[in-house]
Design a binder for this molecule. Structure first.
Ligand SMILES: Nc1ncnc2c1ncn2[C@@H]1O[C@H](COP(=O)(O)OP(=O)(O)OP(=O)(O)O)[C@@H](O)[C@H]1O
Length: 710
């Protein structure tokens, strides 16, 4: 039925456009259906024609027209002559038989027998032409492929000949190129060559890298790098022809899930291939002077962790938390929503911007590592390993400490204490799945003089950005030869070495706040939840990490991540966190309300760690149980409206102002807001103050005469 409908539609379409024949001469038939269709068609025409005394010449005319139609259609699709002849012959034979049968009567044994024979004949001929067509098509494809391969191998042969000459000219040795591989990225090629007999080594070519590049007139930033081949008589020569380090490449937009076990991309090499780092057991050190692109690199690293299914990222940044804030603020202010309208979980699991919070975080990390050691004994025994099997159920904790290396070598007493805790994590927590990424402003001796960093932090990055001061590459990458700071004079570029991939040039992807928000939203539902064993060890310090008094500082930060989250002016475009903080803390206050929103979004929605110490009902801390009795807000827009109401403080706000603030992001109308305000007045969430045009709504916690709670 549907095919009839489609056919109808097609024929209508053809008639509509008014071009081409109504009969579809190109319509497909297999050998059997074709033969059947031809013979049954001919039989039907012959019987009805004979019964109605149709002039037999008509059948012949139809056959001739069919033959002509099919030939034209066949020529159009470039059928072989053999196919055209078979089809035309089928039509002509069919037409001829019909004419003869109409004259002599179709219902005779002679007519029926000959029709059957014609049917079998048409079927066999159609089958053979179909096979012939298929073979012809395959041959054409193979010929096209052969042509491409010939062109490619001609290009490769030309490259090989050119480089044999060049190496002869520059290095005075004659190699024999046995293979040329063009890189898929299009950024260059590799030569596999045999060294001449007589004891020449690959290093003879490696030593002339600069002269070879000059002889080949490679663009600036492109290199010729020689390395050992499959045996000592072979050499691999990598030639970059496009300087990908000079380009600004943004973080790839494929946010597919990753795992700490299968590697996390941190940037790309000169051949434009991604570099993966493996941090299950390794710690990392990222060195970059001011302006080298270190902050950007940290965001690239956090993006990689956010994409994993088995990593929880904890960030310490005593420099106003700037490294972690773009990963937290958009989610906590409720400005981000997922496609299904649910709130978004922050892109990092814990952010410490103050000394006290950093101490709490490091203590929790140490407790987790120690407790995992005993609590997972059975699991380790069953898996027959001393390395905790990290998974989405038992996630690895990646502790990212911005300028952490400076903390380690600080002479300040407090900082030294913090440094000791960081070192303790590095020392004791490898097997139990807590690793660190430390950044440093310079690769000074005092940073790399630390044995623990040298031993545990073998994933190393030096962002140079052309800076030579404090950049001792030989200390960062001992044993690596020929690394020069001036090879990577671009921001975000430098050297990266891991135990799996020797130190070499690389560049980090550029990542901007809008992409950070995009990644935060895209990865929100894949972050693991801290396992119960670890959450128990981490205690309230972890469970209450998003409490208002501990996150209030985040609201104080100048908003650099977007233009629409102004930290000033109530009833404006976003959540006025600093306005909330100016009020004294009291149960049921605006700060508690904010905490309720944060906790609702993060703990309730995503069921993070259980709260091991629920606060007392109306104690000095948060009265969460009381607050949780407040009616739930249905949508992110409604929650944002409530936040605006709160932010408006004792001045209050109106439906128009709220609707204006929500219009861009949520498309909320004034009428909708009027409805919510009415509901909130009815259930006591909001209080209406003033009359007529002066009528305003204030949150009940800000109402002039606040009715006693509970
Ligand atoms: N991977 C990159 N690709 C292209 N440009 C980059 C990259 N990383 C950084 N930059 C450029 O360098 C500038 C400085 O980057 P970033 O703020 O990350 O450096 P920084 O080392 O943290 O400096 P500071 O310590 O002063 O903040 C950026 O504004 C950007 O223009």
């Amino acid at each position: 039925m549907s095919s009839t409908a489609t056919a109808k539609k097609k024929s209508t379409a053809r008639q509509d456009v008014g071009s081409g024949p109504v009969l579809d001469w190109a319509a497909g038939h297999g050998p059997v259906t074709g033969a059947l269709s031809a013979t049954t068609g001919a039989f039907a025409v012959a019987t009805t024609g004979a019964a109605t005394h149709m002039p037999p010449g008509w059948a012949l005319a139809v056959g001739a027209a069919g033959a002509l139609g099919h030939t034209v259609a066949g020529l159009r699709v470039r059928n072989a002559g053999r196919t055209l002849a078979t089809r035309a012959a089928s039509w002509l034979v069919g037409g001829g038989w019909t004419t003869w049968a109409m004259t002599h009567g179709p219902l005779t044994w002679a007519a029926l027998g000959s029709l059957a024979a014609i049917g079998v004949g048409i079927g066999a001929a159609a089958r053979s032409t179909a096979l012939f067509e298929e073979a012809r098509e395959e041959e054409a494809l193979a010929a096209a492929e052969r042509q491409i391969a010939a062109e490619l191998s001609a290009e490769r042969r030309a490259i090989a000949a050119e480089w044999v000459d060049r190496i002869q000219r520059v290095c005075s040795i004659t190699v024999r190129v046995v293979g040329v591989e063009m890189w898929e990225t299009g950024a260059g090629f590799s030569l596999d060559a045999e060294l001449p007999p007589g004891g020449a080594t690959y290093s003879k070519i490696a030593a002339e890298s600069g002269r070879l590049s000059a002889d080949a007139r490679l663009p600036h930033g492109c290199t010729v790098a020689a390395s050992p081949g499959i045996d000592q008589g072979r050499v691999i020569i990598d030639v970059t022809t496009v300087n990908v380090l000079a380009e600004e490449r943004t973080y790839p937009t494929d946010y597919a899930p990753l795992s700490v076990l299968t590697g996390i991309p941190w940037g790309y090499r000169t051949n434009a291939e991604d570099i993966l780092v493996y941090l299950r057991e390794q710690c990392a050190l990222v060195v970059g002077p001011t302006g080298s692109g270190k902050t950007n690199m940290v965001h690239t690293i956090l993006a990689g962790f956010a994409r994993t299914v088995d990593v929880l990222t904890w960030v310490i940044d005593l420099n106003a938390g700037s490294a972690g804030l773009p990963w937290v603020r958009p989610a906590l202010t409720g400005r981000l929503t997922r496609e299904d309208g649910k709130p978004v979980r922050p892109g990092v699991d814990w952010l410490a911007g103050t000394y006290e919070e950093a101490v709490a975080m490091l203590d929790a990390a140490v407790r987790i590592a120690k407790h995992r050691k005993t609590a997972y004994q059975d699991l380790l025994a069953r898996a027959n390993t001393d390395l905790l099997p990290v998974s989405a159920q038992i996630p690895q904790i990646m502790l990212v400490v911005d300028e952490g290396a400076e903390i380690l070598v600080s002479t300040d007493r407090q900082m030294r204490k913090l440094g000791e805790k960081i070192l303790e994590v590095i020392r004791i927590a490898r097997a139990m799945g807590v690793r660190t990424v430390l950044t440093a402003l310079g690769a000074t001796g005092s940073v790399l003089g630390n044995l623990m960093i040298r031993r545990e932090g073998k994933v190393r990055v030096a962002l140079t950005g052309g800076e030579t001061e404090g950049m001792d590459l030989s200390k960062m990458f001992p044993g690596a030869r020929g690394l020069r700071v001036d090879q990577a004079p671009y921001k975000g570029a430098g050297f990266l070495g891991t135990p799996e991939s020797p130190a070499a040039l690389f560049k980090a992807w550029r990542i901007l706040p809008n992409q950070i928000r995009e990644i935060t939203a895209a990865t929100s539902d894949r972050h693991p939840v801290l396992d119960a064993v670890s959450a128990k060890a981490a205690g309230p310090a972890y469970a209450r990490r998003w409490d208002a008094e501990r996150t209030a500082w985040m609201g104080d930060q100048p908003d650099t991540d977007t233009g629409d989250d102004s930290a000033t002016g109530s009833g404006g475009g976003g959540l006025n966190l600093s306005a909330l903080r100016s009020e004294p803390t009291r149960p049921g206050s605006a700060e508690d309300e904010l905490a309720r929103r944060f906790r609702e979004q993060i703990d309730a929605e995503f069921a993070t760690a259980p709260d091991p110490a629920p606060p007392a009902a109306a104690g000095g801390g948060l009265n969460l149980s009381a607050l949780r009795r407040e009616p739930e807000q249905d949508s992110p827009a409604q929650r944002a409206a409530l936040a605006l109401l709160l932010a408006a403080g004792t001045d209050g706000t109106g439906a128009s102002a709220i609707a204006r603030a929500l219009a861009d992001e949520h498309g909320t109308t004034r009428q909708t807001v009027v409805g919510w305000l009415k509901d909130w007045v009815n259930d006591g969430t909001a209080v209406r103050v003033g009359e007529g045009t002066k009528a305003r709504y204030v949150h009940h916690t800000n109402a002039p005469e606040q009715p006693p709670q509970d």
